[in-house]
Design a protein around this ligand. Structure first.
Ligand code: DGY
Length: 322
């Protein structure tokens, strides 16, 4: 391929992936503020044939309309709620994304958050660092909740939801789930998972874990009404998208002990603001949106993001297309 394609990359990728991209395209790597300011994006995208973007780069109608030569948008993510997919597709623009390779990493973090919040690991770490651990083997201090034998309710039984089910099987948990439609009987058998209605899931789960994409239907899916339906001893885990949870109402539910705790990797606004009320709560474990952030997965995501883009420009089938 002659180097006649211009590609805007909104953030750094693995060097090997960028090198690969540079062999084939003229690369314009945005090095400044993250996410790339809208004005810069609109300005820079004018002459681009391809765009490599990341979650929280808002690729809306205004941006796309300004990109007269754009043939492909390749996002470094499994989520694509930051892109106006329908509009881009109506213009024949191809969309690439990076599912599968981050399934395991995200499921692992989900398990990490479950164990952390139920066994109060981060809370204990804070206690020690703040020099507040002063009784030797206080048998009833910092008691947590065992995960074995508990029921996890998985909302969204796609790739990540299934991997979480598989891993929680290994921890001796019972799995129930809700999805737009049930998965096949053979998958249910393999995952020892039982399909239930949303209301049964809210009522029966000891832990609820969210694995749905963010869209109009899932906006504030978890809100005060739902928290009231959940067990007072239950926990909420969110490794999908922040806006699926009404964070203000979650804080109230946690403060008033309507639910027992939460483990979160994603927030309504990221990075979490220093005056967020979440920071004042001991019964919440907070991770800085690192579900897919492992060296192994990031390398694969970089490679796929570049391949999706180059394949589209070469007129080939993308590895993963939305
Ligand atoms: C994704 O891929 O959508 C993740 O949230 C980013 O790590």
């Amino acid at each position: 391929m002659k180097k006649h394609f211009n590609v805007l990359v909104t953030r750094r990728l693995h060097k090997s992936a960028l090198d690969e991209l540079e062999k084939k395209c003229n690369v314009f790597l945005h090095n400044g503020k993250i996410p790339i300011p809208k004005k810069n994006l609109i300005n820079k995208i004018k002459d681009m044939d391809g765009l490599i973007c990341h979650p929280y780069d808002t690729i809306d109608k205004k941006v796309i309309k300004n990109a007269k030569n754009l043939k492909v948008i390749s996002t470094f993510s499994v989520g694509f709620d930051h892109i106006d997919i329908d509009f881009a597709k109506s213009l024949g623009i191809k969309i690439g994304y990076t599912p599968e390779v981050l399934t395991n990493a995200t499921a692992e973090l989900t398990i990490g958050l479950i164990l952390d919040v139920l066994r109060r690991i981060s809370e204990g770490d804070r206690i020690i660092r703040n020099k507040k651990w002063n009784v030797i083997f206080g048998a009833y201090d910092y008691t947590g909740t065992e995960v074995s034998g508990k029921t996890i309710g998985i909302i969204g039984m796609g790739r990540i939801g299934r991997e979480v089910a598989k891993k929680t099987n290994g921890l001796g948990m019972n799995v129930i789930y809700h999805n737009r439609k049930p998965v096949s009987k053979s998958i249910e058998r393999k995952l020892k998972a039982k399909y239930v209605s949303e209301s049964v899931l809210y009522k029966k789960s000891d832990i609820i874990s969210l694995h749905v994409p963010y869209n109009n239907d899932t906006h504030h899916l978890m809100n005060s009404k739902i928290f009231k339906k959940m067990k007072k001893t239950s926990f909420l885990i969110n490794t999908s998208r922040g806006k699926i949870v009404n964070e203000k109402q979650l804080v109230t539910a946690l403060k008033t002990k309507e639910i027992q705790g939460a483990g979160m990797d994603v927030y309504e606004s990221e990075p979490v603001h220093s005056n967020s009320l979440l920071l004042k709560l001991e019964n919440v474990v907070l991770a800085p949106h690192v579900g897919s952030s492992t060296n192994e997965t990031r390398q694969k995501m970089s490679d796929i993001t570049v391949k999706n883009l180059v394949f589209a420009l070469e007129g080939k089938k993308l590895l993963y297309s939305v």
